[in-house]
Design a protein around this ligand. Structure first.
Ligand SMILES: *Cc1c(COP(=O)(O)O)cnc(C)c1O
Length: 354
């Protein structure tokens, strides 16, 4: 894709700040690379894609993004293999999804050539920021904001599409315990749950802070109508292993169509693990925890890849999950990372050479 002839104006920084970064002690999402990609939507078209030094923006206080949250984002990663080749994992799916999110938020779709040309050029410029070694990656955050200076409650006439990048390490989050939601909801039928729309995340901060205060790191959201069915976590889809069968909720307009989720489902099928994609009742998971058939719960998403869950609470009932020797969680994490870091075969063509 890198030989497409799109003119991207490039302004380089005079001196990289990379020597000031301690790559062995990174906090997720705090440090950003030297450059960023920016493209504005003005007069009905996306124009003048540009890579420039990472810097603050000047935006009018009346810009609609500040008042109505007209904003969407994506999360993806770049990896470096032992031969210094850079790879991404299924980035076309992220591209398609940001436009699906944009569509729902009445934001104009971003052109594919701009996306991939901007992304690859930026990654080539920032290649030293991608560290080799398993667990190291460059977290990539494309996003779109409504910039028009006008506070009438209607879609903006101008937008900014940007890509910023932050070096990331794998880290051990400690034991993750979760609360099954009984009162609050993340998404409703006909709403924007399936979109990576900014407001979906801001709306979770308060209920999640209540969960923290009770000693739970995350909430597993249930369906807004009955709170009887388990849907997903804040930024991860969720899997349950009952016996040797994997259960996960089907996608719908409340659930984010995760790329890690669908990759896990495919890998399960490839490896003879039975998967049931169907609605999962809170009651059946509690029952399985009581009778010992619930073996694992894990989250799946780009940031943590696979995040094992150690226990959960619902309606005052607390459950601890057993420690597994051969967990599905570590099996899938290994399989996914071997593909991402170009260590194993890639039978489904998920790797993308940058
Ligand atoms: C981003 C996200 C996921 C995970 O999607 P991936 O494509 O696997 O990174 C799951 N749920 C929600 C709510 C998300 O925002």
């Amino acid at each position: 894709m890198s030989d497409l002839s799109i003119d991207i104006k490039i302004t380089k920084i005079s001196e990289s700040k990379i020597s000031t970064v301690d790559f062995d002690n990174l906090t997720f999402g705090k440090i950003f690379t030297d450059h960023m990609f920016v493209c504005d939507y003005i007069d009905g078209t996306w124009q003048t894609p540009e890579i420039m030094p990472y810097q603050p923006l000047t935006i009018d206080p009346s810009a609609r993004v500040f008042h109505y949250g007209q904003a969407v984002f994506e999360g993806m990663k770049a990896f470096k293999d032992e031969n210094d080749q850079i790879w991404m994992f299924r980035p076309e799916d992220n591209f398609n999804r940001i436009n699906k999110s944009s569509h729902r938020m009445a934001i104009p779709e971003f052109p594919k050539e701009f996306f991939f040309e901007g992304l690859t050029k930026l990654l080539h410029m920032e290649k030293d920021w991608i560290q080799k070694g398993k667990g190291n990656s460059l977290y990539i955050r494309p996003f779109v904001i409504a910039t028009e200076a006008a506070i009438s409650a209607s879609p903006s006439n101008s937008y900014k599409f940007m890509i910023i990048c932050s070096p990331a390490q794998s880290y051990y989050a400690g034991e993750v315990k979760v609360l099954f939601a009984e009162e609050f909801s993340r998404a409703a039928d006909g709403g924007v749950g399936y979109a990576k729309a900014a407001g979906n995340y801001g709306a979770q901060f308060y209920p999640t802070s209540l969960a923290h205060a009770k000693g739970y790191q995350q909430i597993i959201w249930t369906d807004a109508n009955t709170h009887e069915y388990l849907e997903e976590a804040g930024t991860m889809n969720i899997f349950f292993r009952v016996g040797d069968t994997l259960l996960t909720a089907p996608n719908n307009d409340r659930i984010l169509d995760g790329i890690t989720r669908k990759s896990v489902i495919q890998l399960a099928k490839d490896n003879g693990i039975e998967v049931e994609v169907r609605r999962v009742r809170v009651d059946e998971i509690k029952e399985a925890a009581k009778n010992g058939t619930l073996k694992e719960i894990f989250g799946a998403g780009t940031a943590a890849v696979i995040n094992p869950i150690a226990g959960f609470e619902h309606a005052g009932d607390e459950f601890d999950l057993p420690k597994m020797e051969d967990s599905y969680a570590s099996f899938f994490k290994q399989k996914l990372m071997d593909i991402q870091y170009n260590v194993s075969e890639d039978p489904h063509g998920w790797r993308f050479k940058v």
